[in-house]
Design a binder for this molecule. Structure first.
Ligand SMILES: [Zn+2]
Length: 66
């Protein structure tokens, strides 16, 4: 999948709105998309709550991107 940084930014904003439950979540935000993606991926591997939210967003975004 080829996500534009604009889409990623929107995605991150949505995740931030719904998940601010732990310090690691906060560490994912406030950086540019290219820099933060590896950190986000790592966090998603460790945090089931964020992973669920992220997957739901990806599913929703597929319709927009396609
Ligand atoms: Zn999390």
């Amino acid at each position: 999948m080829n996500l534009s940084s604009e889409v990623i930014q929107k995605m991150m904003g949505a995740v931030k709105m719904t998940r601010e439950h732990e310090l690691d979540c906060g560490q994912c935000y406030g950086k540019n998309a290219a820099e933060v993606m590896p950190l986000v991926q790592e966090h998603l591997d460790l945090c089931g709550a964020c992973r669920e939210e992220y997957q739901a967003l990806l599913d929703a975004l597929k319709a927009i991107i396609d």
